[in-house]
Write a protein that binds this ligand. Structure first.
Ligand SMILES: [Zn+2]
Length: 413
């Protein structure tokens, strides 16, 4: 594509704005600072000439690239999230461009212990000659998902410069709090007014995903019996010990993120707060099959009941909360959504890599809110860590793919 891409400049600007979300906050957005980026995006969209760009009270950005064709084309939506993961600091991100990467390990200047080794990051081996962006070793980069945000912004810019390229109306949606599983919660689907959507939050160049995990959270509370330790014989029941026994009773060689891959799911104790009187445990449960999800939960509760037999005066609660569901059934009901995406990737000169996400996206929930919404690559790698990296050339290919996708929807309508 002959075009002066703006994705890199935008990306470098966006990653320097701290937008880390916070799972413990109850507000939307979970952190006010996410609005700093959302506000900037609205300003830049207005500057591009997108007159209806706006941020709502919850920090969601809505905007429209208006149709420029006579044809009736379904409204599609491109969606990315502005927040970064709570797992690694996103404050004072200092992006570094490693121009014309020639292979070998990338060492990050602020912490020589953080190395990006192509043996551990095989995708990097394919990027010889690319310009690789990393952080400096003290923070994550935030390519997840600011590479996607920058790509979508550049698509808006591209169409403003190329009125001769025909497309239907494209809705832009930037969400907060995706990393804490709430990105789609406050999306006003009616106001969005799109028929089909795409999150731009995928990893490898050319990748496309129409399947995510189904996900539940399980909260377990154990109430023990507390006594002065000097006089506790035969009376005290420690909630902390009961909780520890539950964790110890979990399978060692299966069931966990560290022992599963591919299409296997897992049961993952995620957080524990425990004392004598009370223990609170949070698990996340994941599987591509809803039936397996329920089976995991049944087995976990059975294990808990078993442990609690040894703590007869203590009580417990076991609460399952639905987080999101595998989008596949919804997306497969409208095959053109995936077909056109694959065609767009091919038209950009790439080999499509289709797969399943061992996680969720805003698209998983949006699909069940009436907006079938698979995921397209943005060129982000090593999510949520200080080793996060992205390739400038991949980001530009993401822009090209989205432009082609909008054109294909127009052509085939
Ligand atoms: Zn993401």
């Amino acid at each position: 594509m002959e075009y002066d891409f703006t994705a890199l400049d935008r990306f470098l600007r966006y990653v320097q704005i701290d937008t880390q979300s916070d799972p413990h906050a109850e507000t939307t957005p979970s952190t006010e600072k996410q609005k700093d980026l959302s506000r900037l995006l609205v300003k830049e969209l207005l500057a591009i000439g997108i007159v209806d760009a706006e941020m709502d009270e919850h920090g969601y950005v809505y905007a429209t690239i208006p149709a420029n064709t006579e044809k009736q084309v379904p409204v599609i939506c491109f969606c990315s999230h502005v927040d970064t993961s709570p797992e690694s600091s996103g404050a004072n991100v200092k992006p570094i461009i490693h121009k014309n990467y020639q292979g070998g390990t990338i060492t990050l200047p602020a912490d020589p212990n953080i190395k990006i080794d192509p043996e551990a990051h095989p995708e990097l081996k394919k990027k010889i000659g690319n310009d690789i962006i990393t952080a400096d070793g003290t923070t994550l980069l935030g390519a997840d998902n600011k590479a996607g945000v920058a790509a979508i912004m550049d698509v808006a810019h591209y169409f403003s410069k190329h009125p001769e390229v025909k497309h239907g109306a494209i809705r832009i949606l930037f969400t907060p709090d995706e990393e804490i599983g709430r990105g789609a919660d406050k999306v006003d689907v009616k106001k969005l007014g799109a028929e089909f959507g795409y999150t731009v939050d995928g990893e490898a160049l050319g990748s496309f995903e129409d399947e995510t995990f189904s996900a539940d959270m399980v909260n377990i509370t154990i109430e023990g019996v507390n006594f002065h330790p000097g006089f506790a014989k035969g009376k005290l029941e420690s909630a902390l010990k009961a909780a520890s026994e539950l964790i110890a009773a979990l399978p060692k060689d299966t069931w966990s993120p560290e022992t599963t891959d591919g299409r296997e799911g897992f049961v993952h104790p995620y957080e524990m707060k425990a004392g004598i009187e009370k223990a609170e445990l949070t698990f996340i449960i994941r599987s591509f099959e809803d039936a397996v999800l329920s089976e995991y939960e049944r087995q976990l509760e059975t294990t808990l009941i078993d442990v609690m037999r040894r703590f007869p005066k203590s009580t417990y609660s076991f609460e399952v909360k639905e987080q999101y569901r595998n989008m596949k059934n919804v997306v497969n009901a409208c095959p053109q959504v995936s077909e056109y995406a694959i065609a767009a990737i091919e038209r950009s000169g790439l080999e499509p890599i289709t797969g399943s996400i061992r996680g969720g996206t805003d698209g998983s929930k949006l699909s069940f809110m009436g907006l079938p919404c698979p995921n397209i690559f943005a060129g982000e790698h090593s999510f949520h860590s200080k080793m996060e990296w992205a390739s400038v050339q991949d980001m530009q290919k993401a822009v090209e793919t989205l432009v082609n996708l909008a054109c294909i929807w127009e052509e085939r309508s």
